[in-house]
Design a protein around this ligand. Sequence first.
Ligand code: ADE
Length: 230
Amino acid sequence: MRIDILSVVPQLLESPFNHSIIKRARAKNIVEIYVHDIREFSASRHKQVDDYQYGGNSGMVLMIQPIYDAILHLKSQREYDSIIYTSPDGELLTQKKSNYLSVQTNIIILCGHYKGIDHRIREHLITEEISIGDYVLSGGELAAAVITDSIVRLLPGAISDETSALSDSFQDDLLAAPVYTRPAEFNGWSVPEILLSGNFKKIEQWQMEQSLIRTAKLRPNLLSDKSADE
Ligand code: ADE
């Protein structure tokens, strides 16, 4: 899989893809990630990328030309399955959406900034708009990092224990069961007995019960959404 990210602040994305699971997935060629500076595509002498908005409201808007040229440049080299724009008014990112994106081959993620981007880009070039939550970030870079991370960890081989991505919270619309490691007792707080029993069938049953209990308590909407799906 290949992910191309377009940003006016590419420095914000220097770290998230160079550690841990994503770093290893890149080293193993499971994913290629490229962060492009939109400014490099600006045709203006001063590499301008934003401008005042028509209509007189305050706040700068990312200009159409540099983004248009950046996307066309990428599209001239390969076909893209999705061209995503990160925005608080997009569709909320869910595990289902990440699963869907993780089976694609080439993706562009365009990071929004300031007051937004010239709307003609959204109308004519963007195929999906994604929000990572109902709050406003200063820019789309952190959202692009979140989207990328949630996709990459699903790619075959990205996580060494294959079953571990499948047992994540949300993977079957349930929160994950609690996990523990040694020591079995600390400060008088003990690990649930069942986990030390060696009875894997019983342990699995306990984990499923815990998932259901935690989901019903913390995110009951997941259970009602699930029965509505069925
Ligand atoms: N840009 C600003 N806020 C955002 C959000 N919540 N999700 C995605 N992109 C954003």
